[in-house]
Design a protein around this ligand. Structure first.
Ligand code: GH3
Ligand code: MG
Ligand code: MG
Ligand code: MG
Length: 303
């Protein structure tokens, strides 16, 4: 027995014929956690569950939902879109393969098949999928601080505003900017500046632990937090908590005009969004509040 089956990739095998399922299960069970399904409906349920498969192998001809429809539904759902779907089928006409690729399949294997070849192809698509995911993850992470970058913020913020609209809940946006950071670099050097940015980023991330809270590096020495569900008072309390947490870092900054340690200024906006409000408008309001904090003394929260 494999002693750590949880680390094995999970494959969903879909075929309305029980014998076909059994054949494929026996082919994969050594190297995979295999989940069988004998209908398209069942397969959709499993794919959209809390523990989705890493890859799906499906028959085409099935009653009710066939392989094409299954694949199309999976590709239309943002949560299952990334799962590679391979067709295994007795239909061997070229036209059917074309239809499969149009539905979003990555491969098309005809029966009777050579088992090692099926295994090899599944492994190839899995490896490709992992690389793809790694690249996508990298595209959304800031290289210096290793927290999410602005590109990721744009996505998260849009989603959270839409969600807040739908559920009629408020949402808060907090812009944060390190005070006198140019002087910090001039005093301690760029390397120390980089390390201060990393420490601040880490502290922001570990302080924002409420479910749904999100923090990103917006650019330079500027950070942004999205606080879903937080109304004005809650968001203000969270901002105070952040300011206190940064103070505990005690990063010396002898040329700062506000404190012997690194501080940040904060611009906070809390709204109950409706579909009409533009995202840029919310960002602008938070940015204006941040500017106000800078103008009226720094190391403070303005809203
Ligand atoms: P203020 O209190 O008004 O925000 O003043 P400031 O000096 O922080 O603001 P300013 O915009 O004048 O300067 C920002 C500085 O942040 C200048 C820039 O060199 C520094 N900075 C931006 N990105 C990085 C980075 O990745 N590493 C380092 N070390 N410094 C950075
Ligand atoms: Mg069938
Ligand atoms: Mg600054
Ligand atoms: Mg700045």
């Amino acid at each position: 027995m494999h002693n750590n089956r949880k680390s094995l990739p999970k494959i969903l095998i879909v075929d309305d014929n029980k014998q076909n399922v059994e054949l494929l299960v026996s082919l994969f069970e050594q190297e995979f956690r295999v989940v069988p399904a004998t209908s398209g409906e069942r397969a959709l349920k499993i794919a959209t569950s809390k523990n989705p498969p890493d890859i799906i192998l499906t028959d085409i001809m099935m009653p009710e939902i066939d392989g094409y429809q299954l694949c199309t539904s999976l590709k239309n759902n943002p949560e299952t879109r990334h799962i590679p779907v391979l067709f295994v089928t007795a239909i061997s006409e070229v036209m059917d393969a074309t239809k499969g690729f149009e539905a979003g399949a990555v491969d098309y294997i005809t029966k009777p098949f050579h088992p090692p070849m099926v295994l090899a192809r599944v492994n190839l698509h899995l490896a490709y999928q992992r690389k793809q995911k790694l690249l996508e993850d990298f595209a959304f992470i800031d290289a210096l601080t290793e927290i999410p970058n602005r590109r990721r913020f744009d996505q998260v913020f849009e989603n959270e505003v839409l969600r807040a609209c739908r559920s009629s809940q408020s949402i808060s946006l907090l812009f944060m900017d390190i005070d006198f950071f140019k002087k910090y670099n001039d005093t301690y050097g760029h390397g120390k500046g980089d390390s201060a940015l990393r420490q601040v980023a880490l502290m922001l991330q570990s302080t924002l632990k409420r479910a749904g809270d999100f923090v990103a590096r917006y650019g330079g020495e500027e950070f942004v937090a999205v606080l879903p569900y937080a109304d004005e008072n809650e968001a203000f309390d969270i901002s105070v908590k952040i300011r206190d947490a940064i103070a505990t870092l005690k990063i010396p900054h002898k040329t700062s005009e506000v404190s012997p340690y690194i501080t940040l200024s904060y611009g906070l906006i809390s709204i109950l969004p409706d579909m009409k409000i533009g995202l840029e408008l919310i960002v602008e309001a938070a940015d204006r509040a941040l500017y106000e904090a800078k103008r009226t003394g720094r190391n403070k929260i303005c809203r």
